[in-house]
Design a protein around this ligand. Structure first.
Ligand code: HEM
Length: 152
């Protein structure tokens, strides 16, 4: 179960990165060319947010019950997780940075429902999504397998 969840969490990164990139490019071009906000824009933002939230839920599961999660880990006697770089990253930096990024995605998507001019929606979403992307790129553990379970 834990391995499957880890693979799922790992794989979801690609879905989020692709959806986020498309959302950013489309928001920017629609903002610049003063296009009207369409149902398709709303759906794209909604899916970006849903996949981010699913990744969050799987991440919480891994953090607590994963093989290297809090429940199954016994730290060396007298050491705090803060003194071990791998745990400091996995238990603190990665979750906090990703939760901030997911909150930004949620804020950006929330603009779809606001009664504001369409160009303000696109401009705001562009900024929120771009910030989220920068944070996600910085907080992904790039040393983990890129496509888990797909190599021999
Ligand atoms: C956009 C959001 C996120 C992305 C793209 C992402 C991406 C990743 C990736 C690529 C890994 C490496 C997986 C592997 O070793 O195969 C990972 C590990 C991990 N992530 Fe995330 N993550 C996100 C959000 C979160 C959140 C919100 C949490 C916790 C609340 C979290 C907790 C963890 C934990 C605990 C691990 C290590 C799991 C283990 O090795 O047992 N992640 N994440």
């Amino acid at each position: 179960m834990s391995t499957g969840m880890l693979h799922l969490h790992n794989f979801l990164r690609w879905i989020i990165l692709i959806l986020l990139l498309i959302s950013i490019v489309k928001s920017y071009s629609s903002w610049q060319s003063k296009k009207a906000f369409t149902k398709a824009d709303g759906k794209l933002w909604l899916f970006t947010m849903i996949f981010a939230h699913v990744t969050l839920l799987v991440g919480v599961y891994l953090l607590v019950w994963g093989d290297l999660g809090i429940v199954h880990t016994t730290l060396p006697e007298g050491q705090s997780f803060m003194s071990i770089p791998a745990y400091r990253f996995q238990w603190l930096f990665h979750p906090i940075a990703m939760i901030i990024a997911i909150a930004l995605i949620t804020k950006g998507r929330g603009l779809a429902k606001k009664t504001i001019p369409d160009d303000a929606k696109f401009r705001g979403a562009f900024i929120y999504f771009l910030l989220a992307l920068v944070i996600i790129l910085a907080a992904i553990p790039w040393n983990a397998p890129l496509f888990p379970g797909m190599t021999a």
